[in-house]
Design a protein around this ligand. Structure first.
Ligand code: AMP
Ligand code: ZN
Length: 135
């Protein structure tokens, strides 16, 4: 298995761990974008969020809540972002589903602003209907 996060979960390559149980592992990102930047992963391999087993995901999100609070307190940050990149187009580099916990402070310049825009008349309703049909 050449997946780097599977190798970390198996203890085959080193990581700076902050939390571990039977299903979930959390460790510091090797190239942080803010101090305390942490990754939370299932130990089992799933490529993306939509491929992840729902029970494993539910448990992981419960752990994510606790770990995020601890990361925020330890980093002394005012807030944090949770980020989950899915697919190359979304910036996913490691194809093992993971959640970033990114401590944030006002004016820190981390994760630059999003370029928001407005939908033209009728487009939001059409998109919403398409989404509902897929659910
Ligand atoms: P993503 O772009 O969402 O796939 O992010 C992957 C993240 O994994 C990046 O922020 C990397 O810095 C991080 N990363 C890659 N290899 C390692 C590693 N060996 N230990 C810890 N973090 C890693
Ligand atoms: Zn993996």
């Amino acid at each position: 298995m050449d997946c780097i996060f599977c190798q970390i979960a198996a203890g085959k390559i080193p990581s700076v761990k902050v939390y571990e149980d039977e299903e979930v592992l959390a460790f510091l990102d090797i190239r942080p974008i803010s101090d305390g930047h942490t990754l939370v992963v299932p130990k089992r391999h799933f490529g993306t969020l939509d491929e992840c087993d729902p029970d494993i995901l539910a448990n992981l999100v419960c752990r994510l809540q606790t770990i995020a609070k601890a990361v925020q307190q330890a980093a002394g940050s005012e807030g944090y972002n949770i980020l989950c990149n899915n697919g190359r187009a979304a910036g996913q580099i490691v194809d093992h589903v993971h959640f970033h916990i990114i401590p944030r402070n006002p004016g820190d310049g981390v994760l630059k602003k999003w370029d928001h825009y407005e939908y033209p008349e009728g487009k939001a309703e059409k998109l919403a209907e398409k989404i509902r049909q897929k659910l």
